[in-house]
Write a protein that binds this ligand. Sequence first.
Ligand SMILES: [Zn+2]
Length: 292
Amino acid sequence: MFRPLLSLLLLATVFLTGGKAIARDKPVIVTSFSVIGDWTQVIAGKEVELVNIIPPKSEAHGFQLSPSHAKSLRKAALVVAMNPELEPWLEAWAKANPDHGKILWLYPTPETAGQAADPHAWISPPEVVAMTKKLAEAIRSIDPSIDTQITYNQYLKEINQVDSELRSLFTKLPPDQRALISQHANLGFFARHYGLKVPGTLLLSGAAESADPSARHFSELLSLIRREKIRVVVSDDGQNDAFARRLTEDAGIPPPLALSFEYLQPAGQPGDSWTSMMLNNGRRLHQALSGR
Ligand SMILES: [Zn+2]
């Protein structure tokens, strides 16, 4: 009688403490918008419960936090966002919730600390390499049993593939076909990395709101387009492009090219991951610049 009971107790002990034999609560990671949600999914896989706040096809600019989002934030083991400039609502939440409000800001990275405050760092592959490394380390620090090294290394290859395809496209462009006008100031990182120029933007503020610029700014852009022989005006997908249309019509150049570098598309559609978002938009931009 004694021995079977002991074995049973031992078995129960092994079962209860055997780590993987018991269903454990997965750590909750909250991400601010779709691009960071994608990176977290790729690197942490099913080892975490992922809650992404701003859904695909929605802008990060001008977002307002709802009570249900605040509830998710309070139970997060890790909150990941881009930069206080892009997500001021999250910085405000962190200040109001000092017990919960520890946020991993992906940008700037240690490598880029002190650079200009353009928050659109996710459209530059070298920045993405550094930011996803920071993310992988943070995920491991909340749960050392999650092996992020392998997934990070695999993702590194994907980032490099995206980068080399886009680089080979843009390096072929002649110097006089490398300039474009963007709707808001979001393409700086991309342009610097691929040797393009963005000498003007339709909106003068950093955010992609749709307030129409002044008549004076319109005529300045018009002369800029004529002087630099610019053929491409990029509008932000989903935003009001009336100003961009008037400008391209008056300049006699092709209609605005709507790109969506700002967010991912819903799952199952082209552009639903960072890699396909970069390739889709990059290829379309190259096509427009090369005049095809
Ligand atoms: Zn933007």
